[in-house]
Structure formats: C-alpha cells, structure tokens
Design a protein around this ligand. Sequence first.
Ligand code: ADP
Ligand code: MG
Length: 229
Amino acid sequence: MQTPTQTLSGDHIAAWLERAADELEREKMFLTELDAPIGDSDHGVNMARGFTAVRGRLDTLERGDIGALLRNVGTILLSTVGGASGPLYGTLFRDAGQKAAGAAALDLPALTACLEAGLEGVRRRGKAAPGEKTMVDALVPAVDALKAAQSAPQPAGARPDGAPTSRASMADALARAAEAARAGAEATVPLIARKGRASYLGERSAGHQDPGATSCWVLLRSLAATAGA
Ligand code: ADP
Ligand code: MG
C-alpha cells in the first residue's frame, strides 16, 4: 500500500507500469482464455509481452517529462504487443503522452485529459463506437467516472474541520474509474462484436467478455492501486 497522492509524478507512472506488467503477467491466462472463443487466444500473451518489454526499458526512459515517458511507452507497445490491440494501445499511450507534453506531474484534471486523449486516439484509429464490444466499452465509462469525480461534491467530513476539500481524491477517482472499466468490460458479454477479429463471428460473439476491455480494467486497477486506492 502506497501513500495516497493527489498528483502523479513520473516515478508514479513508472511504478504503475511495473505493477501493470506484474498484473498482466498474472492475468495472462485469463485474458488469453477470454480471447479463445471470440478471437485467437493471444490477448493475454500479447499484453504480457508488451508490458514486460516496457518494464525492461523503464530504467532507460526519461521520467521528468511524463509526456515523453508515455510517448516512449506507446512506441514500445506498438512494436511488441502485436495483434489489433498493439497499435491501439500504442496510440492510446502516445496520444495521452502528447497531451502531457512537458508535465512533471499530473493532477486529476490533467490525468483525465490524458486518458481522454488516449481514448480519442483509440477511437480514431480503430473506428469503434461504444457498444461494439471493444476496449472502448471500458475506456468510455472510465473517462466518464474521472470527469464525474471532479465535479462531485466532496463528502462532509472529508477534512477534519468539516470544510469541503478543494479536489476529489486522486485515489478515490481512480478507484471509481477502475470500477467503471470493470463494469464496462463485464457489460460487453451480451454484445455482438462489430470490430476486430471477434466481429467475424457475428451473433456468435455474444455471450463472451471482450478481452481488450478486460485488459483496460487491469491497467486502470493497477493505476488506482499505485495512487494508493
Ligand atoms: P487480435 O484480435 O489481432 O488477436 P488481440 O487479441 O491482442 O488482437 O486484441 C483483441 C482486442 O482488441 C479486442 O478484444 C478488442 O478489445 C480490441 N480491438 C480489436 N479491434 C478493435 C477496434 N477496431 N477498436 C477498438 N478495439 C479493438
Ligand atoms: Mg487475439
């Protein structure tokens, strides 16, 4: 358990990426099993390979500029994940990095803007709309949850003197985003895939959880844990 923080530094991002590599290694078989009935049984292997490569390069990557760090991670993912998800996750990190250019730390609004830019990149590249049984179905509710956390009034007693706090807690907002991604991934079960390999199955794709939406949840839950949730 880490100390809860209100901003994420480059060191936090690096700690997140290490944790994500561990989590994806642990969930490798689960993600690959989700990809078996509606794909080609490689999503867990693809993600674990990509994030293991990121972890192996972390010590060589600049951390003072979070934008540069995220862009470099995107480039590594582009060349190591493979499949349809490699270019999509690569774009997500590169576009998030573009948004964070020059930033030494991200507060909640900045982090929200980054994730939203990453989601827009995924949508531009993959042309998937919500409800088409892809990673977009986890990312959209996660971004919405981060936005809602910023506008939500703080609970009374959030501070010892009872005064309202000026910002939503980073850890709390990320826990909500991870929970929204989990619910979004689970809600892909009844959907018919309209994009990617699973779409070849047509109606037979219904009844299975989307692996890419599920790996988005794994990444967000790792981020929430890194922030102290
Ligand atoms: P492949 O399908 O090439 O084997 P992966 O198994 O690694 O690649 O990734 C499959 C995941 O990629 C899907 O579960 C889905 O979430 C995501 N995906 C595929 N095509 C798209 C798309 N056009 N837009 C968004 N996500 C997509
Ligand atoms: Mg696959």
